[in-house]
Design a binder for this molecule. Structure first.
Ligand SMILES: *[C@@H]1O[C@H](CO)[C@@H](O)[C@H](O)[C@H]1NC(C)=O
Ligand SMILES: *[C@@H]1O[C@H](CO)[C@@H](O)[C@H](O)[C@H]1NC(C)=O
Ligand SMILES: *[C@@H]1O[C@H](CO)[C@@H](O)[C@H](O)[C@H]1NC(C)=O
Ligand SMILES: *[C@@H]1O[C@H](CO)[C@@H](O)[C@H](O)[C@H]1NC(C)=O
Ligand SMILES: *[C@@H]1O[C@H](CO)[C@@H](O)[C@H](O)[C@H]1NC(C)=O
Ligand SMILES: *[C@@H]1O[C@H](CO)[C@@H](O)[C@H](O)[C@H]1NC(C)=O
Ligand SMILES: *[C@@H]1O[C@H](CO)[C@@H](O)[C@H](O)[C@H]1NC(C)=O
Ligand SMILES: *[C@@H]1O[C@H](CO)[C@@H](O)[C@H](O)[C@H]1NC(C)=O
Ligand SMILES: *[C@@H]1O[C@H](CO)[C@@H](O)[C@H](O)[C@H]1NC(C)=O
Ligand SMILES: *[C@@H]1O[C@H](CO)[C@@H](O)[C@H](O)[C@H]1NC(C)=O
Ligand SMILES: *[C@@H]1O[C@H](CO)[C@@H](O)[C@H](O)[C@H]1NC(C)=O
Ligand SMILES: *[C@@H]1O[C@H](CO)[C@@H](O)[C@H](O)[C@H]1NC(C)=O
Length: 425
């Protein structure tokens, strides 16, 4: 905790160093929960308004009921949270009122924007999305049920730090990071677990998703969920993910991108290092939609394809995987016909989004099948510069090394030899 505070202080000082003349944060506000148990949002909005410039806002070590949406913007403010914000279980309200985020038809419970913001939770401050009601009622529609909100959206948040926060039972994605830049998100705990004993980890409860954002660092995250641990989506550039432990879920997802016909999405300069995966489906999954839109109907939110753009310069190193490769998944994968209707001839070779310069190294641990990698690149734009080096993965059942490298359209593989082709061909 002292380390965290020290780190945050340094990070915050570094950020403030960027604009050295920031005024002192002299406007102080405390947020209280109404004693009759009603919605705390009016009090929160009042504090964010009164102290939203050059201020410090304190949530006490108690419970706050959140029953309505918020759209806030802070300028040079510190937000301190020691208690719990608990979102209401009124699904009808959220479905009708959650705020659009400007991506597919997705929406959120809170758009949190600002510049020079320090949001800190001392490893104690908790957002509880009351996700259990969503997991039990939306389970049949887990694909992007309209109006099912992200717990929070860091939208138009710049030069800021989020540290020491806990996010539990989020309604859908835990957080989306949209139109944002120069962020450090450090020492974050995410746990989206269905409380019914033996139930699957809930789908669509990603730990974090970046969109239209640049220069975002994730350091020291723990994520336990049933979907992407951390996912970088359309126009994510200069992203660093390090020093994290992921449980269950789908590991690090690069994409999907290319879901919208003819729209350009790019994706470049991502590094993930020093990560431990426990019981995850895979470690890294790079995915684009096909070049031909398909599905019924063949467009978002649940189907699509036809996007343009590229993915390049991804570096993944020092991964320890324990019991990974649940089901059919290889530890490392590329798929360029994500959710495509594969009865359309050659659809897996239709994507025009080229994937290049992907390096995987120092991958060790145990897995449940023998496929280190399944790399399905589009025939229209084969993948150059793919390297996989220094892999030491033991298959749990046999005790032998995993040796499978399935490839299609990988140009001049570096450090490995292809042993077959992936299923989608
Ligand atoms: C939050 O709302 C619930 C349901 O209305 C109520 O039972 C509870 O007491 C409220 N909590 C607080 C801290 O006021
Ligand atoms: C979230 O809040 C609900 C309702 O109060 C509670 O039952 C649940 O245990 C909380 N979840 C966690 C992980 O604290
Ligand atoms: C992001 O920017 C786009 C276009 O500028 C806008 O439509 C969208 O609402 C923004 N979303 C957020 C969460 O800031
Ligand atoms: C971000 O917020 C600033 C300050 O309110 C505003 O000037 C700018 O237009 C916003 N940008 C976007 C993309 O919403
Ligand atoms: C990237 O963001 C960090 C804060 O996380 C900041 O210190 C750094 O200066 C930014 N880099 C660039 C090139 O803007
Ligand atoms: C997540 O929460 C579940 C249920 O409370 C708990 O069993 C599990 O250990 C937690 N995971 C982590 C990584 O803390
Ligand atoms: C890794 O993250 C933990 C918090 O989860 C933090 O205490 C530690 O300082 C981080 N290590 C590095 C090298 O940043
Ligand atoms: C995404 O990036 C590409 C390439 O820079 C650009 O053409 C496109 O307009 C961006 N999309 C959005 C929505 O910002
Ligand atoms: C990727 O990083 C290189 C080297 O720092 C930089 O020149 C390039 O602009 C970056 N690409 C993007 C899309 O930010
Ligand atoms: C690739 O991205 C890394 C950051 O992830 C950056 O340091 C490096 O300069 C980039 N390389 C190129 C050739 O853009
Ligand atoms: C590799 O990652 C592990 C786990 O995060 C970390 O403890 C170790 O220091 C890293 N090794 C190197 C050489 O960075
Ligand atoms: C969003 O939903 C509306 C109906 O609710 C639909 O008409 C529209 O096509 C959808 N747009 C996208 C991009 O999914």
């Amino acid at each position: 905790m002292h380390n965290l505070i020290a780190t945050l202080a340094v990070a915050s000082a570094a950020l403030q160093g960027v604009s050295a003349q920031l005024p002192a944060r002299t406007n102080i506000c405390y947020v209280s929960q109404p004693s009759d148990g009603s919605d705390a949002v009016p009090n929160i909005l009042h504090a964010f308004d009164a102290c939203g410039t050059n201020g410090k806002i304190y949530f006490l070590d108690s419970l706050y009921n959140i029953s309505t949406v918020m759209d806030t913007y802070l300028s040079n403010v510190e937000v301190n949270i020691e208690g719990t914000l608990l979102w209401s279980t009124n699904i009808d309200y959220w479905v009708k009122n959650s705020l659009p985020v400007g991506y597919l038809n997705q929406s959120t419970a809170w758009i949190f924007g600002g510049d020079n913001v320090l949001l800190q939770g001392y490893n104690k401050g908790t957002f509880n999305g009351s996700g259990q009601v969503w997991y039990e009622s939306i389970v049949a529609y887990y694909d992007n049920y309209p109006g099912r909100p992200h717990q929070i959206t860091f939208g138009n948040l710049t030069n800021s730090v989020v540290g020491g926060m806990r996010f539990v039972q989020s309604q859908m994605w835990t957080m989306s990071i949209i139109n944002s830049s120069n962020l450090l998100l450090e020492s974050i705990y995410v746990n989206n677990t269905n409380s019914i004993p033996g139930a699957q980890h809930p789908q669509n409860t990603d730990g974090a998703d970046t969109l239209f954002s640049n220069n975002i660092t994730f350091n020291g995250w723990t994520v336990d969920n049933g979907d992407d641990s951390i996912s970088c989506k359309a126009n994510s550039t200069n992203i660093l993910i390090q020093n994290c432990t992921f449980y269950h879920g789908n590991g690090i997802a690069m994409g999907s991108i290319g879901q919208c016909d003819n729209q350009i999405n790019v994706f470049a300069n991502v590094t993930a290092r020093d990560i431990v995966f426990n019981g995850a489906a895979q470690a890294v999954y790079i995915k684009t939609w096909a070049g031909i839109p398909s599905g019924n109907p063949p467009y978002p939110p649940n189907s699509g394809g036809g996007g343009l753009g590229y993915i390049k310069n991804l570096t993944f190193t020092n991964f320890t995987v324990n019991d990974i490769g649940q089901g059919k998944f290889a530890a490392l994968s590329i798929q360029q016909c994500y959710q495509a209707n594969q009865s359309i001839p050659n659809i897996c070779d239709s994507s025009k989004m080229q994937i290049s310069d992907v390096s995987w190294s120092n991958i060790q641990g145990t897995m449940n099948n023998s496929y280190v990698a399944a790399l399905q690149c589009s025939g229209a734009v084969p993948c150059p510069g793919i390297s996989i080096e220094n892999v030491d993965l033991t298959v749990v059942d046999t005790g032998k090394l995993a040796t499978g490298y399935l490839c299609s359209n990988v140009s001049n593989p570096i450090g490995f030899t292809c042993t077959g082709v992936p299923r989608t061909h």
